[in-house]
Design a protein around this ligand. Structure first.
Ligand code: ATP
Ligand code: MG
Length: 315
């Protein structure tokens, strides 16, 4: 089986129990929950039984330990997660507003995960990996861009493949270097997983149809366009397939895109046909939005199958 590698932040998330505006008075909070988009992605991959590993850094503290224990228990290779004695594990405090928007207080840049470096353990993981997943939101420093590019080159030189989820909104692209970095990654991408308007974020074309043609024309082999509760669409040179989302109550949407992307990417690597891979991924996304806590919503293959069976006829 092919081994998947990812690089990026490991965090804890601590969330306000009740919705409202930010953190301006003492609040009841629940957490810490294991979190970080790349960590959620790779945990979902592991729960499907696919070999995988993450390159990251945590502090020598309880927040780091709960993440390492969870990832390890689920089957993620954490040999390339370094423990930084001088910095705490990253954290995010989150409170939902009544309208579903979120306020965050992040401690990432100055935490352990803000200092991920290309260690010998990371190089060793890249030498063993068959596939790299790049999380655009993790390309936040020159060093992280360099590590992702080095990994991409190592893995692709050996005939491996690359998937790319931009995972950001337009505001983050104001950094010119970030746009340039994402464009370099896109040039090496086999499977592209944008959400909503991210489809046209890096293309010359402004319309979706033209952007799809442009991306396929420049060497991207497959595109999965995620559209939240509206579902997702798959496109390649042979045509398109659409999968609706499963109708579920949204408890906590954080992590849905990562669980969806991890499930689709794993099945794409296994050669599962796109229609079935999309359906499995939609089920993984729906299961994720039904659980409170970002990484609590990852599922094993049997749970995903049972969910689809239970919801047959719903969509
Ligand atoms: P994120 O906001 O975590 O970055 P994303 O924008 O990358 O996520 P989405 O399009 O929000 O990705 O979600 C991916 C998939 O998960 C959707 O295509 C859908 O199948 C499923 N999903 C997301 N939200 C819901 C929902 N509210 N109900 C049911 N399924 C959902
Ligand atoms: Mg979304």
């Amino acid at each position: 089986m092919k081994k998947i590698a990812v690089i990026g932040e490991i965090l804890v998330e601590i969330m306000a129990d009740r919705p409202g505006l930010g953190f301006f008075e003492p609040l009841a909070l629940t957490g810490p929950y294991p979190s970080g988009a790349p960590a959620i992605f790779i945990d979902q991959v592991a729960r499907l039984g696919q070999p995988c590993g993450i390159v990251s850094s945590v502090g020598h503290d309880d927040f780091g330990q709960i993440n390492l224990s969870r990832l390890q228990a689920d089957g993620v290779d954490v040999s390339a997660v370094s423990i930084d004695p001088a910095r705490p594990t990253g954290s995010a405090f989150v409170r939902y507003r009544e309208d579903g928007a979120r306020d965050f207080i992040f401690n990432i840049e100055h935490a352990a995960c803000g200092r991920i470096t290309l260690t010998p353990q990371a190089e060793h993981l890249f030498q063993k990996a068959d596939h790299l997943h790049v999380m655009g939101s993790s390309l936040s420093s020159d060093r992280l861009v360099e590590i992702n590019l080095a990994a991409a080159e190592t893995i692709k030189a050996r005939g491996g493949t690359l998937s790319f989820d931009p995972n950001l909104r337009k505001e983050m692209l104001s950094r010119q270097e970030m746009r340039a970095a994402m464009q370099r990654i896109l040039g090496m991408t086999d499977l592209f997983l944008p959400s909503g308007e991210e489809l046209t974020l890096l293309t010359e074309a402004a319309r979706d149809q033209d952007a799809l043609a442009e991306l396929l024309g420049q060497g991207v082999r497959a595109i999965v366009h995620k559209q939240g509760a509206k579902g997702a669409e798959y496109h390649d040179a042979d045509g398109s397939v659409r999968a609706p989302a499963f109708p579920v109550e949204e408890i906590d949407p954080t992590g849905a895109g990562d669980c969806f992307g991890a499930t689709f990417t794993t099945h794409w690597l296994r050669g599962t046909d796109p229609e079935r891979a999309l359906r499995l991924a939609a089920a993984a996304g729906a299961l994720a939005v039904g659980k409170r806590g970002p990484m609590e919503g990852t599922s094993d293959g049997e749970t995903i199958e049972a969910f689809i069976k239970h919801h047959e006829g719903d969509v």
